[in-house]
Design a protein around this ligand. Structure first.
Ligand code: HGY
Ligand code: MN
Ligand code: MN
Length: 425
């Protein structure tokens, strides 16, 4: 390194350290509690479906907070929110952020923590009087969870592959509301939001998220450097039978859709575990039964399959086997979502490691079991993720919890990394 480069490098580190030091724990924790009020459940969890009224209220809170920070807010064709802290130069932005929609019985942190930590980093930069060269965008990606509208990660995927939006707009939720309806309700709620007109790819995307698993806690490490995300497959299986009276219909005369569904589920469970061995994650999370009456034999049963694995070949074999398994009378298979395993950018992982070192925080390098918007952003620009521990590895559950000092440490590491990236040439 030349003398000047060494001087610049030193100045960058000082700025990054100052940004990290100005993260305000009370302000961060207050924001987490405030956002959790939108869709708060009695059991301490959060139920905030994507683009629901509660989600629009939460977005209003985030937009108001962004404007109070001196940021501009724009949106796009999938209602992603881009909260921009201006840079001193017209350079491609650094992006951070996550999602604000939750599971029906979700926690306060999944996605929300990454959005609020991003806003906290902007506030810390302001408090430290730091103006960065590059703009910093904190993004709220729409419908990451995919529970209201399938597939998941709609906002980030429609950002990197704009043509997807046409298919997405036709998707409807359980009550028949289409994404197109929900998007126009969003435009009606925020008529003055300008459309993002950024043409250049971002300089980098860093997503801070809770691990949602037990690895960091078991290893006793407060920060996780996430090297990649395992692959995912979502399917819906519909089994058809004939509705009939539960009391009068002899067993041999029945065509019970539930009996067929339980049989198909057992086959899928068996080959998923055989294919993926120890790394298999297979879940049959949502069931819908028609007519769903205690004394009528089911005429139709639809259940979902969520399969995850780090190996692309296993995922491809699963696709083949589930198609074979469904090729039988009265069974219909629908593919809902598919993403291959993703590896993150090595240089960004180094930056995250430097941030952790600067904060003297031990780290663990791991692969994410959950998918995240970062899996799509990796197509758009250099991308990486940072994790903090989840107590007992619990998530997608009102008991989801991360210790305050870990939440603060993760935000300080994010601030350090963003300040560095935003001042890179
Ligand atoms: O399902 C997932 O992995 C994410 O939490 N939505
Ligand atoms: Mn998430
Ligand atoms: Mn989630």
């Amino acid at each position: 390194m030349t003398q000047q480069e060494q001087k610049d490098h030193g100045a960058l580190r000082v700025t990054a350290t100052q940004a990290a030091a100005h993260v305000d724990p009370a302000r961060l924790l207050h924001a987490i509690a405030a956002l959790a009020r939108f869709g708060a459940r009695d059991d301490g969890g959060v139920d905030r479906p994507a683009l629901s009224g509660r989600d629009l209220d939460a977005r209003r809170y985030l937009i108001e907070r962004a404007h109070a920070l001196g940021c501009t807010v724009t949106t796009d064709h999938c209602a992603n929110l881009f909260i921009r802290c201006a840079g001193t130069e017209d350079l491609p932005p650094v992006m951070t952020g996550s999602h604000a929609d939750t599971q029906p019985s979700g926690g306060k942190l999944d996605g929300c923590y990454g959005v609020l930590a991003g806003l906290e980093c902007i506030e810390a930069l302001n408090d430290a009087g730091i103006r960065t060269r590059r703009p910093l965008d904190v993004v709220v990606w729409t419908n990451e969870e995919g529970t209201r509208f399938q597939p998941g990660a709609m906002g980030s995927s429609a950002f990197v592959e704009p043509a997807l939006i046409d298919r997405y707009r036709a998707v409807s939720d359980a009550s028949g509301v289409t994404l197109a309806d929900a998007l126009s309700a969003h435009s009606d709620a925020f008529p003055s939001l300008a459309t993002r007109n950024e043409t250049q790819a971002a300089h980098a995307f860093i997503e801070l998220h809770i691990e949602q698993g037990p690895q960091l806690e078991i290893a006793g490490r407060p920060l996780g450097i996430v090297s990649g995300i395992q692959g995912v497959r979502w399917y819906a299986v519909t089994c058809t039978g004939v509705a009939a009276h539960a009391g009068t219909t002899p067993m041999p005369a029945r065509r019970d859709a539930m009996t067929l569904a339980i049989d198909v589920r057992a086959d899928i469970d068996a080959f998923a575990k055989a294919l993926g061995q120890h790394d298999t994650r297979v879940t049959f999370g949502r069931w819908s039964v028609v007519p769903n009456s205690i004394n009528t034999i089911a005429s139709s049963v639809t259940f979902t399959v969520d399969f995850r694995h780090p190996d692309e070949a296993v995922l491809a074999a699963f696709d083949q086997q589930i198609a074979q398994c469904a090729a039988r009378p009265d069974v219909m298979l629908e593919a809902l979502f598919s993403h291959e395993p993703v590896g993150f950018d090595a240089a960004l992982l180094t930056r995250l490691g430097e941030a952790a070192d600067a904060l003297e925080a031990p780290t663990l390098t791991l692969t994410s079991g959950a998918f995240h918007d970062a899996m799509y952003l990796a197509q758009h620009c250099p991308t990486a993720m940072l994790f903090v521990p989840s107590r007992d590895g619990i998530s997608h559950n009102p008991l989801e919890h991360t210790d305050d000092d870990h939440l603060v440490l993760g935000t300080r590491a994010l601030a350090h990394c963003l300040a560095t990236l935003c001042n890179e040439p």
